[in-house]
Write a protein that binds this ligand. Structure first.
Ligand SMILES: C[S@@+](CC[C@H](N)C(=O)[O-])C[C@H]1O[C@@H](n2cnc3c(N)ncnc32)[C@H](O)[C@@H]1O
Length: 193
C-alpha cells in the first residue's frame, strides 16, 4: 500500500470498510488519475470483486492499523470514504464506532475530505459532533438520495426505502490541514461529553 502511494503522483482515496470493493472500483473508474485503495478486514468480501482497475487496490487490513500507519508515515490523502460503516447500535457499543475510537484522530490527520454515509441518522449526527470535539470543522449531516448506488449496502438500503445520510468533512481550507488533530485523548466521544 505504501509503495503504491509512494509511486503515485495524483490524488488518492482510502475507502475504509469497502466490503466487496464496489465503491473502490466505481471511484477509481470515474477518475483514472486517482489511486483508490479499498480496505476491509473480510477476505470473503474482498474476494467477491475481482479484477480491479489499474488505479485501484483492495487490501485486507484493519482500518485502525491503516490509519495509524498512514499518520505515522505522514501520508496525505485528499479523500477518505467511510460508506455504511458497522453501526454498533447498542448504547454500550459507542466506543466501537469509528467516531468513538482513537482512529478518528488519525483519520482527521491524514484525510483532507472525509465522506461518511449511513442509514442511521444518529450515527451521522454523532460523527459530526465527534469531528468537532476532536478539533475538526463544524459539519452538518445532510440527507443523501443518490440516483444509483455506489456500494452494496447503499443499494440494499435504497431498495429497502431507508433514508440515507451523508457527512462531508472538508478540511481543505483549514490552517495546517490535514495534519492537525492530536491522539492525546483516547476517545472523541469522551471529549464531547
Ligand atoms: C456494513 S459493511 C459496508 C461495506 C461497504 N462500504 C458498502 O457500503 O457496501 C462494513 C464493512 O466494514 C468492514 N469493517 C468493519 N470494521 C472494520 C475494521 N476495523 N477494519 C477493516 N474493515 C472493517 C466489514 O468487514 C464490512 O465489510
Amino acid at each position: 500500500m505504501s509503495a503504491a502511494l509512494a509511486e503515485h503522483c495524483g490524488p488518492a482515496t482510502l475507502d475504509l470498510g469497502c466490503g466487496t470493493g464496489e465503491s473502490t472500483i466505481t471511484r477509481a473508474t470515474a477518475d483514472p488519475s486517482r489511486l483508490v485503495i479499498g480496505i476491509d478486514r473480510s477476505s470473503a468480501r474482498l474476494d467477491r470483486h475481482r479484477p480491479v482497475p489499474a488505479n485501484a487496490r483492495l487490501v485486507r487490513a484493519n482500518i485502525d492499523d491503516v490509519l495509524a500507519t498512514a499518520r505515522a508515515a505522514e501520508w496525505t490523502l485528499d479523500e477518505a470514504l467511510v460508506l455504511y460503516p458497522n453501526p454498533y447500535p447498542k448504547s454500550g457499543q459507542q466506543s466501537r464506532r469509528l467516531y468513538g475510537r482513537p482512529a478518528l484522530f488519525d483519520l482527521l490527520a491524514v484525510a483532507r475530505t472525509i465522506v461518511v454515509r449511513t442509514n442511521w441518522a444518529v450515527y451521522a449526527h454523532e460523527f459530526a459532533i465527534a469531528v468537532e470535539a476532536a478539533g475538526g470543522p463544524s459539519v452538518t449531516p445532510q440527507r443523501w438520495a443518490p440516483a444509483t448506488a455506489t456500494s452494496a449496502f447503499e443499494r440494499k438500503y435504497l431498495a429497502a426505502g431507508h433514508a440515507l445520510w451523508a457527512v462531508v468533512v472538508d478540511q481543505s481550507g483549514r490552517a495546517g490541514s490535514p495534519d492537525r488533530a492530536t491522539t492525546a485523548t483516547p476517545s472523541p466521544i469522551a471529549r464531547a461529553r
